[in-house]
Design a protein around this ligand. Structure first.
Ligand SMILES: [Zn+2]
Length: 277
C-alpha cells in the first residue's frame, strides 16, 4: 500500500537586497579598429595596435567559419605596430563578422622585475585592507597578489613605476557588492605598461572621470595619475592595486612584487599601515 508523503512547501522569500542592476554601458580600456576583407580565395586582416605596449590577437570561434580561428592562431603586435595577415580560405562566409580576442602583452617577452613605489604620493600613509591571497576577492589568478589600500574618495593615486598609459576606464559611476558585479566588474581603472620590466600595473575603483592621464601618455614614477573612488565591485572606498604579467593562455595574471625599501608585497598584511617615504 502506498502512503502519501506530506508535501512540504518551501516558501522562498526573496531576500531582495540592495543589488543594483549592472550599468547598461560597457566601457573599454582601449579601442581597436581591425578590418577584414575577402580577396579571391583569401581573407585579409588589417591589424593595427593602437597602444604603447605589445598586444596579442586571436579570433573568437565563429560558427560559419568554424576553423578560421585556428589558421589565424595568435598574432603578437609590438607597441603601435601594424600588419596584414593573409589566410587562404576559399570557403569564407562573409555574412559572419569576425570577433577578436585582444589581450595585453606578448607572453614571449622576458619579465625583469624591479622594485616599485607605493601607488600613492610621497608622505602619505595608508592602511592595508586586503593583502595577497585575501579571502574576500584576492583569490583568483588575476587578483591573488593585489593589495587594497584604504584611499578615500578624492585621494590621489600615483604611478608605482615609469611607463605608458595603455588603458583608461573612467565613465562608470556606481558600485555594488553582489555576485553579478564581481563576475562582470564595472570599475573604473587605469592600466600602465612598464617596458623596462615587461610588467603592467593596474589602479582600480577610480572616481567617475577620475583619470588624470590619457592613453599613450608617458608617466614618471610617483606622478599623480588618478583620483580614487568607489566604482565597481567594492564595499568601501579603496584602491585595488595589482601588478601583472602576460601569459598566452590567461592574458594578464597577478604577480608578486617588492616595493621600495625592500618591503615585499607578501609582508603587507591586513591592518598594516604603510608610509610612502
Ligand atoms: Zn582588491
Amino acid at each position: 500500500m502506498r502512503t502519501l508523503k506530506p508535501l512540504i512547501v518551501i516558501l522562498l522569500i526573496c531576500a531582495c537586497t540592495s543589488a543594483k542592476k549592472l550599468p547598461q554601458e560597457q566601457y573599454y580600456a582601449f579601442k581597436y579598429y581591425f578590418v577584414q576583407e575577402q580577396r579571391n580565395d583569401s581573407v585579409l586582416f588589417y591589424l593595427k595596435n593602437p597602444i604603447k605596449c605589445p598586444i596579442n590577437i586571436q579570433l573568437a570561434k565563429d560558427n560559419l567559419n568554424s576553423d578560421l580561428h585556428s589558421y589565424f592562431g595568435q598574432i603578437n603586435l609590438q607597441a603601435m605596430q601594424d600588419t596584414i595577415i593573409r589566410i587562404n580560405y576559399p570557403k569564407f562566409n562573409l555574412s559572419s563578422k569576425s570577433k577578436y580576442i585582444v589581450r595585453y602583452g606578448d607572453a614571449n617577452q622576458k619579465i625583469k622585475k624591479n622594485v616599485i613605489a607605493f601607488p600613492f604620493p610621497q608622505g602619505k600613509t595608508y592602511k592595508v585592507m586586503q593583502g595577497y591571497n585575501g579571502k574576500f576577492s584576492h583569490n583568483t589568478l588575476y587578483s591573488k597578489y593585489a593589495i587594497d589600500f584604504n584611499l578615500q574618495v578624492g585621494d590621489t593615486i600615483a604611478s608605482a613605476d615609469k611607463g605608458y598609459v595603455v588603458g583608461v576606464i573612467e565613465d562608470y559611476k556606481e558600485y555594488d557588492t553582489s555576485k553579478a558585479w564581481r563576475d562582470n566588474d564595472k570599475s573604473n581603472y587605469i592600466t600602465l605598461y612598464h617596458p623596462h620590466s615587461g610588467l603592467f600595473t593596474q589602479y582600480v575603483h577610480l572616481n567617475y572621470k577620475g583619470a588624470l592621464v590619457e592613453l599613450g601618455d608617458f608617466i614618471e614614477t610617483g606622478q599623480p595619475i588618478g583620483i580614487s573612488g568607489m566604482t565597481g565591485f567594492t564595499t568601501k572606498p579603496h584602491l585595488h592595486f595589482n601588478v601583472k604579467y602576460p601569459t598566452s593562455e590567461h592574458g594578464l595574471i597577478s604577480t608578486e612584487i617588492t616595493f621600495e625599501n625592500d618591503l615585499s608585497g607578501n609582508d603587507l598584511k591586513k591592518g598594516d599601515f604603510v608610509k610612502n617615504l
